[in-house]
Design a protein around this ligand. Structure first.
Ligand code: UDP
Length: 378
């Protein structure tokens, strides 16, 4: 009997959990691997929602979240915490996803112990180290030390080659977010109650077109959020529209929205939604305004046009496919584009063609095979 390879997957935020649960499901069903999970708790409630939904029970929980801690303090706690878990677990492989502080610190701690790192969703680049901040640098750091780079798209793979990453270590796998989306849509179809509060909002706003909104990026805190909220307040003057905005837990990401949008009868500012409820919202929305990375990947798969509330995107594939458009945070630019899509059915239909350049829903299986090649069972 070959000895299974020990894999430790380290993650800490909601988007990482969403993009990793399909891989964790695949590893759990594969006798070549013994899969262990370390969560850092960089998010708390939003992370735990996804863990419960997907049935992932962490073996370690670093619970690093502390109110008001600086990035330095966070990274220091993550690095020493992940290092201690690695010393106990001594895995053959470490998996990290994306570009969070957790992913960067987890990868660095593994590198310090000469443990090969698998980077899921490798090769995204905005080309600007300040946007998204600090994620652009986190992912570049991970790219310098990973042993296996799972690029979601050919463009992401090309970005890694351009940085002289060993081409033999780079593979286009698709993005596991599409695997997650398929899984959750099947769950929603079987259990419609998972749509949660969105079903009630749909009834409350019957006859209006729903505009979904999410914004939380650090680089938008302050002036950016103010501009977005100003645009949304003007959009809410339309009587054919209702805005549904799940707020992020971070107070800095909530303040402007609550101040400017709290009083409108056709605006629902809600707590972070469980993943199935959020997917249902994206599905029924006429359009989505977002600064999120994952939402830019999910909405095209559902045929919902996306206006990206950022100046740059590391996911230009959606823009090229015609389902996403960059509008930044200037209120006039946001309003003009939203009003155009609400007023011109042909323009909306052009963007609403369901198309997904980010994956086919089989990414996790591909990544598991690549991991088996990297670390064959002994
Ligand atoms: N999401 C969710 N509930 C919400 C808002 C978003 O489950 O109320 C999901 C969404 O489907 C996507 C992920 O969270 O998969 C995006 O997370 P976020 O915007 O926090 O991070 P980013 O994608 O920008 O890293």
């Amino acid at each position: 009997m070959p000895v299974p390879r020990r894999v430790l997957t380290i993650f800490g935020t909601r988007p990482e959990a969403i993009k990793l649960f399909p891989l964790l499901h695949a590893l759990a069903g594969d006798a070549r691997f013994a899969s262990r999970v370390c969560v850092t708790g960089q998010h708390r409630g939003m992370l735990d929602q996804v863990l419960t939904l997907s049935g992932i029970v962490p073996d370690h929980d670093l619970a690093v979240l502390q109110p008001g801690q600086s990035l330095d303090q966070l990274v220091a706690r993550l690095l020493t915490g992940a290092g201690a878990v690695l010393d106990r677990e001594a895995p053959d492989l470490v998996v990290v996803q994306g570009d969070t502080a957790t992913a960067m610190a987890g990868a660095l701690a593994a590198y310090h112990r000469h443990i090969p790192v698998v980077h899921v969703e490798a090769g995204l680049r905005s080309g600007d180290i300040h946007q998204p901040w600090p994620e652009e640098v986190n992912r570049r750091i991970i790219a310098t030390l990973a042993a296996l780079h799972c690029a979601p798209t050919p463009r992401a793979a090309a970005a890694l080659w351009a940085e002289n990453v060993d081409p033999a270590a780079v593979h286009v796998t698709g993005n596991t977010v599409v695997d997650a989306l398929h899984w959750v849509r099947a769950r929603l179809a079987a259990e419609p109650r998972l749509a949660g509060p969105i079903a009630q909002l749909q009834a409350r706003f019957a006859g209006r077109r729903i505009v979904a909104v999410t914004c939380h990026r650090r680089e938008n805190w302050g002036a950016g959020m103010g501009g977005i909220a100003t645009a949304l307040a003007q959009l809410a003057e339309r009587d054919d529209v209702a805005l549904v905005a799940p707020l992020h837990h971070n107070p800095l990401a909530r303040a402007a929205m609550q101040e400017q949008l709290g009083e409108f009868p056709n605006v629902a500012l809600v707590e972070p939604l469980d993943y199935p409820a959020f997917v249902h919202l994206l599905d029924i929305a006429h359009l989505v305004l977002t600064d999120s990375g994952g939402v830019q990947e999910e909405a095209p798969a559902l045929g919902t046009p996306v206006l990206v509330l950022r100046e740059t995107t590391e996911r230009p594939e959606g823009v090229e496919a015609g389902t996403a458009r960059l509008v930044g945070t200037d209120p006039q630019a946001i309003l003009a584009e939203a009003n155009r899509l609400l007023g011109d059915p042909a323009a909306h239909a052009d963007m609403a063609r369901a198309h997904n350049p980010f994956g086919d829903g089989h990414s996790a299986g591909r990544i598991v095979e690549l991991m088996a090649r990297l670390a064959p069972a002994a």
